[in-house]
Design a protein around this ligand. Structure first.
Ligand code: GDP
Ligand code: IMO
Ligand code: MG
Length: 429
């Protein structure tokens, strides 16, 4: 049984939360390593829906959960989420949850800048979640960020807030021509919650290292998806962190040799929220049907998700970038009623076929998908739990995905609930 990384292979919302919750049973520790509360991970257990934005989904199975150094944490959202979980009888006390002392804080000015920047961009906006993610990672990179360890030295914290807000206010007032922010208000708000936060702060890297020595199994919960990665995604229509499996090590302070299995979560079709190129997007009634049947609304912002066919250029890119050792196909049930299901096998650009994901937005926008067509199975598969019971056409579709991606399918998900799952090959032996 090895340490397992769960990553999204497309543009997020592949169903990572459901699979992390499912696999948590076999793990000792569950760790978030990047992103922040731009994520929205949905779990349905005994018919009850729980959405987590920051706290690892392993909390539902009451596993020890960790927010790694690579995550950006809005402390107010964190406390709200702890209360929300508690109101659902899920304990997220410091016994079960630790936050890296090196994780950066999202503070109110990050959110203000995120929305002011998007508003100024008008038509050219990225369509961010408005949670201050990008501005917080910017401060980290420019070495002005405020980390959880800074809360342990409150005079230093106050000093840092006052210094940075002076600069932020100049930018907000002069460049964006919006309201400024009073640093003393931020300091007061943080002073009010500081004592609640402190028991959660720990050296996560050290705890994980000790756990590994003690043969504990770690599940790493990725957020977003490979094509939202700051390095490899559809830049600039991406998030501000590296979401690929390699960052599971860096973002949690664990050495890379400790990553054993890398599982890519693949929605049986493709969705995207926010702006940016999406070659297989459907603008017709089939796209609308998938959106409706799949309830494709963002778990964080409630926005309608754009829908389209499965794209193997995207999946092969994800297989290479993440060294995927297995796939989980989710939401296969959403395709139940379709007569025909398409898979994009390559792109056509300027009269030539390409199979490597291009970096240029203009090229991506002008790529035409090359499709192959598969007959639908026209059967409700949502109650199936044995792979052999799947309709032949569904098995053929899955076999083709394996063949084209070169990666074995380990699990097939056929409904939002934990029980609506077909284990094809065990990940945790
Ligand atoms: P994440 O961000 O990758 O965790 O995914 P989200 O939770 O944002 O979006 C996935 C949505 O699909 C959630 O509403 C899940 O409850 C739902 N879901 C997950 N797996 C399945 C499945 O196999 N079938 C159906 N119908 N819904 C699923
Ligand atoms: P999960 O973990 C889908 C998208 C936003 C926007 C872009 C940048 O639930 O799969 P940001 O706020 O990160 O600066 O926004 O990234 N985005 C997601 N899309 N699922 C997510 O997370 C996302 N997190 C960010 O819609 O296009
Ligand atoms: Mg989501």
């Amino acid at each position: 049984m090895g340490n397992t990384v769960i990553v999204g292979t497309q543009w997020g919302d592949e169903g990572k939360g459901k699979i992390v919750d499912l696999l948590s049973e076999h793990a000792d520790y569950v760790v978030r390593f990047q992103g922040g509360n731009n994520a929205g991970h949905t779990m349905v257990v005994n018919g009850k829906e729980i959405i987590s934005h920051l706290i690892p989904s392993g909390i539902i199975q009451q596993k020890k959960c960790f927010i790694g150094n690579g995550v950006v944490v809005d402390p107010f959202v964190l406390l709200e989420e702890i209360d929300y979980l508690l109101s659902n009888n899920i304990d997220a006390s410091p016994d079960l949850l630790k936050i890296s002392n090196r994780a950066h804080l999202i503070l109110p000015y990050h959110r203000l800048i995120d929305s002011a920047r998007e508003a100024k961009k008008g038509d050219k906006k990225i369509g961010t979640t408005g949670r201050g993610i990008g501005p917080c990672y910017e401060d980290k990179a420019t070495r002005r960020g405020i980390r959880f360890c800074d809360l342990l030295d409150i005079e230093l914290f106050k000093d840092k807030v006052r210094t940075i807000v002076e600069e932020k206010n100049f930018y907000l007032e002069r460049y964006f021509k919006t309201d400024t922010i009073n640093p003393e208000l931020i300091i007061d708000q943080i002073l009010q919650i500081k004592d609640k936060l402190i028991p959660y702060i720990a050296d996560v890297s050290v705890i994980l290292f000790d756990g590994i020595q003690d043969n504990k199994t770690i599940l790493f919960e990725g957020a977003q998806g490979t094509h939202l990665d700051i390095e490899h995604g559809t830049y600039p229509f991406v998030t501000s962190s590296s979401v690929v499996a390699g960052n599971a090590a860096n973002g949690s302070g664990v050495g890379p040799c400790n990553l054993n299995e890398i599982i890519g979560i693949v929605k049986a079709y493709t969705t995207r929220v926010g702006a940016g190129p999406f070659a297989t997007e459907l603008f017709d009634e089939i796209g609308a049907e998938i959106q409706k049947t799949g309830s494709e609304f963002g778990a964080t912002t409630g926005r309608k998700r754009r829908c389209g066919w499965l794209d193997m250029v995207v999946l092969k890119n994800a297989a290479r970038l993440n060294s995927l050792t297995g796939l989980v196909i989710t939401k296969l049930d959403v395709l139940d009623d379709l007569d025909e299901i398409k898979i994009c096998t390559a792109y056509e650009y300027n009269g030539k076929q390409i199979s490597d994901f291009p970096p240029e937005i203009k090229v991506l926008e002008n790529c035409t998908p090359v499709y192959e067509s598969h007959p639908g199975w026209k059967q409700d598969i949502s109650g199936i739990t044995d792979f052999n019971d799947l309709p032949e056409n569904a098995k053929r579709y899955l076999a083709r995905v394996e063949e084209l991606s070169g990666v074995k399918i380990k699990i097939v998900s056929v409904g939002p609930g934990r029980e609506a799952t077909i284990i094809k090959e065990s990940i945790f032996n």
